[in-house]
Design a protein around this ligand. Structure first.
Ligand SMILES: Nc1ncnc2c1ncn2[C@@H]1O[C@H](COP(=O)(O)OP(=O)(O)OP(=O)(O)O)[C@@H](O)[C@H]1O
Ligand SMILES: [Mg+2]
Length: 653
């Protein structure tokens, strides 16, 4: 502009003439232009600007040999021609513009329809990114929404820049997004590297993403800027006011759509929360009613069990006495039938007591529920496989074990509970199907164990009563004590058993056991005993009955036992023989169990020490280890407890 004759005509918006452009003092020329003209030879020039509404659209120029005087009429003709050209060009421009307006209005209308039709925020922002590209014809697009914490998350991007802006989080004032957020105004630049509004670090990022120009507009809701729309261009593009206007129009639509989607989401969340609260309340109420009913039943049953035990003891005792005196084979056979029946009755009473007898003693051991599940599956194998196969029915049992934390409990009881659930599942599959036993960690750090079947399921009425003792739908062959026992055992472990069932589609029983308290100490136990075989055990207890029964149980379990009545004696014995395991009482005259444990660990730290204590003694696991105790066994202990304690020092299968 301003250079040469054409440049001057455009700059000064008037006709300009020269007879020799190379020697006209009024004309400035760059060396390049001068060289070009010298080669061309046409040096007399007349130039007329094409003007429309005060804007220069172009220039018409006539070229003649040097020294040629342009005739007046030719100059006038040129003026008229420029006037016509201006009108034609202006018309064409207006036509193009109105067509583009119309197109973009149509695009915007269809985008508006899409956006306002979408109430899901995530879908919406993806659609917005597409819409920006469609409307502005840019190479890439992004939308960022202000989150609750005030930062912007660039939520959806497409095309150029999509990768670079993937996980971008922007604070007000940072980068283009931050600028727009802070000022609430559109932002455009083709030179972000030198744009004082943008930091150099941001500029580097943008360039690396292959972006040359950016147009950003705020998404405003009332006075608040709730987000930013970005259009990215790979080339340096001139930005017309028109583009900014269109982007702003789109931002207005987006603002409304986002507000709607957010309101909808909020309403939805409220509704879901209310429904959940109601369901929780109802479940809690049902649970309460059921627990109360089962407690009452338990009290009744425990009275029955007590009386029955006396009755059965009398029958059994007499029958066994009579059996010693009677020789007649027929009578003896009848009597042994009575004896058998009394023993069966005693078994039922024992099962009933499993339900009623909610013992107060603490679960004593760390139990790996996966091992319990595996054992229960093995022990019921004849029932779910062999028996069903012989009936020509196909029952599949799937075991899905997830590694989980140990729980505190009695493995034998928990195994019993699981076996009951598996047997019920088999019963529920008269025509075959699948039983799935699974373990998975619970959210409270405990364990969930489930037994699911694809069987007959149950009605709501049945489901409400299944844990009651003697409730059964299986007729005379069943006692209806299975689930009552499960309930008792799980309750005693501080856990919960729940059931989901659909008639005709199957049932899922889930046992939730709380996290084990002995966990941290026990989790790190190295196996100290060989995987099988006899162990040499030193038993130290000042109470002869307890010591003898513990020794006896260990011997029955094929271990070698040495007994000691006092701590000091125990230590002497310990030095005499090589022991695999030491079991010591806690409270003894002279040396306490703690002191014994420490003395033993001082000599042979690899020998495990079990502290045998009275009920309810609770010692934090870390304190146990510090004092040289590897685990605790609570009195009174049962045969299985002793077995499991020993087994816990063997490597896990
Ligand atoms: N997996 C299951 N699918 C469908 N119904 C079940 C399932 N488990 C239990 N039930 C229902 O619950 C009732 C009670 O079960 P529970 O185990 O207490 O007793 P039972 O199986 O009938 O008898 P028992 O276990 O003493 O032999 C069953 O009779 C049955 O109606
Ligand atoms: Mg059963």
């Amino acid at each position: 502009l301003g250079e040469g004759v054409v440049g001057r005509a455009a700059a000064e918006r008037r006709a300009v003439e020269t007879v020799d452009i190379l020697h006209d003092p009024a004309v400035t020329l760059s060396p390049d232009a001068r060289a070009l003209i010298e080669g061309a030879g046409s040096r007399a020039i007349a130039a007329v600007p094409i003007l429309a509404g005060g804007n220069v659209l172009g220039v018409l120029a006539l070229y003649h040999p040097v020294g040629f005087q342009i005739p007046r009429e030719e100059a006038e003709f040129l003026q008229i021609l420029a006037g016509h050209a201006a009108a034609a060009l202006e018309n064409a421009r207006l036509f193009m513009e109105s067509r583009r307006r119309q197109e973009s209005a149509e695009t915007l209308a269809s985008i508006t329809q899409t956006l306002t039709g979408s109430l899901d925020l995530q879908t919406l922002i993806t659609q917005v990114a597409d819409a920006i590209q469609r409307l502005l014809g840019c190479d890439g697009a992004a939308i960022g929404l202000v989150a609750a914490d005030g930062v912007v998350r660039l939520s959806a991007r497409t095309g150029t820049g999509a990768e670079a802006f993937r996980e971008v989080i922007v604070r007000p004032g940072e980068g283009v997004t931050g600028w727009v957020l802070q000022h609430g105004e559109p932002f455009f630049t083709t030179d972000y590297e030198h744009d004082p509004r943008i930091s150099p670090a941001f500029a580097r990022g943008v360039r690396a993403a292959g972006i040359a120009s950016i147009l950003s507009v705020p998404v405003r809701l009332g006075d608040e800027t709730v987000g930013v729309l970005h259009a990215f261009y790979e080339a340096v593009v001139p930005m017309a006011a028109d583009d900014v206007a269109r982007a702003t129009d789109l931002a207005r639509v987006v603002a409304v759509a986002v507000a709607n989607a957010r309101l909808f989401e909020e309403a939805h969340a409220h509704e879901a929360a209310a429904t959940r609260a109601y369901q929780d309340l109802k479940a809690a109420q049902d649970q309460l009613v059921r627990a109360e009913k089962l407690r009452a039943l338990g009290e009744m049953a425990s009275g029955v069990a007590h009386d029955f035990n006396n009755v059965l003891a009398a029958i059994l005792g007499r029958v066994q006495l009579i059996l010693r005196r009677v020789e007649d084979p027929t009578l003896r056979q009848w009597l042994s039938i009575v004896e058998r029946a009394a023993l069966d009755g005693a078994k039922i009473v024992r099962q009933l007591q499993e339900f009623t007898h909610i013992r107060r003693d603490r679960p004593t051991q760390t139990v790996d529920m996966n091992a319990v599940v595996k054992d229960a599956v093995e022990m019921t194998r004849t029932r779910w496989r062999d028996d069903t196969q012989s009936r020509g029915v196909d029952v599949r049992l799937v075991v899905e074990l997830a590694p989980g934390p140990p729980v505190d409990g009695h493995p034998a009881e928990l195994g019993e509970a699981l076996m009951n659930l598996i047997l019920n599942a088999v019963d529920a599959l008269p025509e075959g199907g699948t039983i799935t036993t699974a373990t998975r960690p619970a959210s409270d750090g405990g364990v969930l164990v489930s037994v699911a079947d694809t069987g007959v399921g149950m009605s709501d009425a049945v489901r409400g009563r299944i844990f009651e003792p003697f409730f059964s739908t299986k007729g005379l062959r069943a006692t209806g004590l299975g689930l009552a026992m499960v309930y008792g055992i799980v309750s005693r472990h501080g856990g919960e058993v729940t059931v989901e069932s659909t008639e005709g589609a199957g049932s899922t029983f889930t046992i939730h056991l709380p996290p084990g308290r002995l966990r941290s100490a026990e989790a790190s136990w190295p196996p100290a005993l060989p995987s099988e075989g006899t162990a040499r055990v030193l038993v130290i207890d000042d109470e002869p009955h307890v010591r003898e029964i513990l020794a006896e149980i260990l011997r029955v379990q094929k271990h070698e036992v040495v007994e000691a009545a006092l701590g000091v004696e125990g230590l002497i014995r310990f030095r005499e023989g090589s022991f695999d395991l030491v079991m010591t009482d806690l409270a003894m005259p002279g040396m306490s169990g703690w002191q014994v444990a420490q003395a033993i660990k001082a000599e042979r730290p690899e020998v495990p020490v079990v502290l045998v204590t009275g009920w309810g003694v609770e010692v934090p696991p870390d304190q146990l280890r510090q004092n040289g105790v590897d685990r605790v066994m609570t009195k009174p202990f049962r045969f299985e407890d002793v077995r499991d304690v020993v087994a816990s020092f063997r490597p896990k299968r």
